[in-house]
Design a protein around this ligand. Structure first.
Ligand SMILES: Nc1nc2c(ncn2[C@@H]2O[C@H](COP(=O)(O)OP(=O)(O)OP(=O)(O)O)[C@@H](O)[C@H]2O)c(=O)[nH]1
Length: 644
């Protein structure tokens, strides 16, 4: 009988799959699981999708427990959320997969649970994960009801033509109102309320019903084992010892150690070192068969070699590659600098290591007169940026300066000279220093998104005012039940990138939710604003702003600078300008800094110490014209901070 190493049983014992021995610890990797016992008709591949905090991870943990994949203890909270940031923030960033074994009506099923992140920035990860599934469990909080990401996730699954199993979670809560949520589901998703399963993931109530519905309703993958190997890469991670670990879904054939495989994307050939399933740790198997989901290690050194969406096939048995995915587009850019330049190399290697596991971050070297050598990084969104930053700090102990994020603008050039220089008529601008002047441009464009807001109607007035202040245009407004409204707006991305979400949360006491999707570009009126100190421009403080926002932004920067620059022997004019037109000004009065004033007596050593300290302080200064600006002043203006 084939031996199966199962992490579920504390000791050697009988496995739920009758003729299979489960054993723990599974350090000995010699005995490998025989996956041929799971026939395609007994396999289900599914995801759980939900708005943030509606209980997706808790439900996943429960499913892992009742199938015996993990032991039932308090330590197993959110097994699938592996990263420290994920645990701390309670959000899922990177999708994880787990294979579950479940006995139902006399048959043993292999259920592959493909975890998905819940936040808007990671929607691209959601669609990836969904491509390996035939169905989803859509979790909605019984108290909060349908939220913005429930909508977004529902549509991703619906468009992918997946079976949708609606689950209403947290029915144990005092304020739970599952009936209301069922009505919302009927109204918005056209799914009968009789199909909804009411559960408490926390208490485990009716959680087995979810697994049974997965088996009853979701079709097995439609694949053929006698076809040549066709494996979809739906995720990949990097392991320092073993290289790239590709998560694959087999759409045809089988794969095992020793096979020669080819990447349809790069055409490179590899020899398979190991295949296995995720439980959720890697568990080697003899083979993987069509319909199954697992991992593959084949000596790929970089994540780029296992492109998400790539198709793997057997050497000399090429197959039609799958359509692949749109690669994720960075939408938020920010400068990143080491706090101390001597940290440059450490930071460099930390960024390299992190981007190995997150190919959606783009990295370009950059430098700033004030902050030294650094990088300009592109992220999918703001949360993505924060998570990256936090991982740098936590996992690599790097302290960095992150500048205010900007979005990629575009310009249609009208000047023949510039068109020749760039070799194209439309350019993307991610750095204010590269902003082409209005006279050589026929049109500026800015990225826009379609935002969805769900809110109790009492906050509607305030939210509409907020959206208008952010230059948003209303597209839709519907009541989803007696008291809740769904609003749709087209937003300039730049207007939501810094603090829109916080503003929305605070004016709705946390009740409104928000999600957005890419909506292309629109024509806009952009200007480059310069900051001057006594008439001399400060290169690193130049920004691209919408014409209507220039005054407010300029004023805020001048005020921050005035607070941060120490008074000097002469008066300093701090100005914001658009071309030659000054739009904001602050004046810093002259002051004679007498460091020796504090010395009453004639203590010469004390005097020397103070003079030395002043000299050290000066080293950290940068001179703009005659004005000395401490590094902190730049930081104060450049650093990401909430807008007032
Ligand atoms: N009362 C109650 N609380 C629950 C239930 N399910 C989950 N929770 C709690 O709700 C919070 C969020 O649950 P998570 O499972 O982390 O939510 P999530 O959807 O995975 O969140 P993301 O990973 O960010 O998408 C946690 O504090 C859970 O303990 C439930 O059935 N009842």
């Amino acid at each position: 009988a084939p031996a199966l190493l199962c992490p579920s049983q504390p000791r050697v014992g009988r496995c739920p799959v009758e003729h299979v021995v489960f054993r723990r610890p599974y350090s000995s990797q010699k005995e490998q699981l025989d996956m041929s016992i799971f026939h395609v008709e007994n396999i289900r591949n599914f995801s759980i999708i939900a708005h943030v905090d509606h209980g997706k991870s808790t439900l996943a943990d429960r499913l892992l427990e009742i199938t015996g994949t993990i032991a039932k203890t308090d330590h197993n909270k959110q097994v699938l959320d592996k990263l420290q940031v994920e645990r701390e923030r309670g959000i899922t960033v990177k999708a994880q997969t787990a294979s579950l074994f479940y006995h139902y009506k006399g048959i043993y099923y292999l259920l592959n649970l493909i975890d998905t992140p819940g936040h808007v920035d990671f929607n691209y990860e959601v669609s990836r994960s969904l491509s390996a599934c035939q169905g989803v469990v859509l979790v909605v909080d019984a108290n909060e009801g349908i939220q913005a990401q429930t909508m977004a996730n529902f549509y991703l699954a619906f468009e992918a033509q997946l079976t949708i199993i609606p689950v209403i979670n947290k029915i144990d809560l005092k304020n739970a109102d599952p009936e209301r949520v069922e009505k919302q589901i009927e109204k918005l998703f056209d799914i009968s309320k009789d199909e909804c399963i009411r559960i408490s993931a926390k208490l485990g109530t009716s959680v087995d019903k979810v697994l049974q519905e997965v088996i009853e309703k979701i079709p097995p993958p439609s694949v053929n084992i006698s076809d040549p190997l066709k494996a979809l890469v739906f995720d990949s991670t990097f392991d320092h010892y073993r290289g790239v670990i590709a998560n694959i879904a087999l759409l045809g054939g089988e794969v095992q150690k020793g096979h020669k495989i080819v990447s349809a994307h790069t055409r490179k050939t590899y020899e398979v070192h190991e295949v296995g399933i995720l439980t959720p740790n890697e568990q080697p198997t003899q083979k993987l068969y069509a319909g199954q989901v697992g991992y593959l290690i084949a000596g790929m050194k970089e994540v780029t070699e296992a492109q998400i969406g790539d198709t793997l096939y057997l050497h000399k048995q090429p197959v039609e590659p799958l359509p692949g995915f749109k690669s994720a587009k960075p939408m938020v850019f920010a400068g990143m600098y080491p706090i101390d330049q001597s940290e440059y190399n450490n930071l460099k290697s930390a960024i390299e290591k992190l981007t190995l596991n997150d190919s959606s971050v783009t990295v370009v070297r950059d430098s700033s007169l004030a902050l030294g050598a650094g990088w300009r990084l592109g992220f999918l969104g703001l949360l993505h940026m924060e998570v990256f930053n936090q991982r740098l700090e936590q996992e690599y102990n790097a302290s960095v300066i992150l500048t205010t994020p900007t979005v990629p603008y575009k310009a249609k050039l009208s000047s023949a000279k510039l068109i020749k220089e760039y070799g194209k008529e439309e350019i993307t601008i991610i750095n204010p220093a590269e902003f082409p002047d209005k006279i050589s441009v026929s049109e500026y464009l800015e990225p826009i998104v379609l935002g969805t807001i769900l809110t109790p109607d009492e906050f509607m007035g305030k939210i509409i005012t907020l959206c208008q202040a952010r230059r948003a245009v209303q597209k839709d407004m519907v009541y989803i039940d007696d008291h809740r409204v769904m609003l749709k707006y087209i937003f300039p991305l730049n207007e939501i990138v810094v603090d829109f979400y916080d503003a929305l949360k605070s004016l709705s006491s946390g009740y409104a939710s928000f999600d957005y999707e890419d909506a292309g570009y629109q024509a806009t009126d952009l200007v480059k604003m310069s900051i001057l100190l006594n008439g001399n421009p400060v290169e690193e403080l130049g920004t691209i702003v919408h014409k209507d926002k220039a005054y407010a932004v300029g004023k805020a920067i001048c005020e921050r600078l005035k607070d941060a620059i120490p008074r000097q022997l002469f008066e300093i004019a701090i100005q914001a300008s658009l071309g030659s037109k000054i739009i904001a000004r602050e004046t810093l009065k002259a002051y004679k800094k007498d460091v020796l004033a504090k010395c009453y007596g004639g203590d010469i050593t004390r005097k020397m110490k103070l003079l030395k300290r002043q000299a050290e302080g000066k080293k950290k200064m940068r001179k703009i014209g005659k004005v000395e600006v401490p590094k902190d002043a730049f930081l104060n203006v450049l650093k990401r901070q909430p807008e007032k």
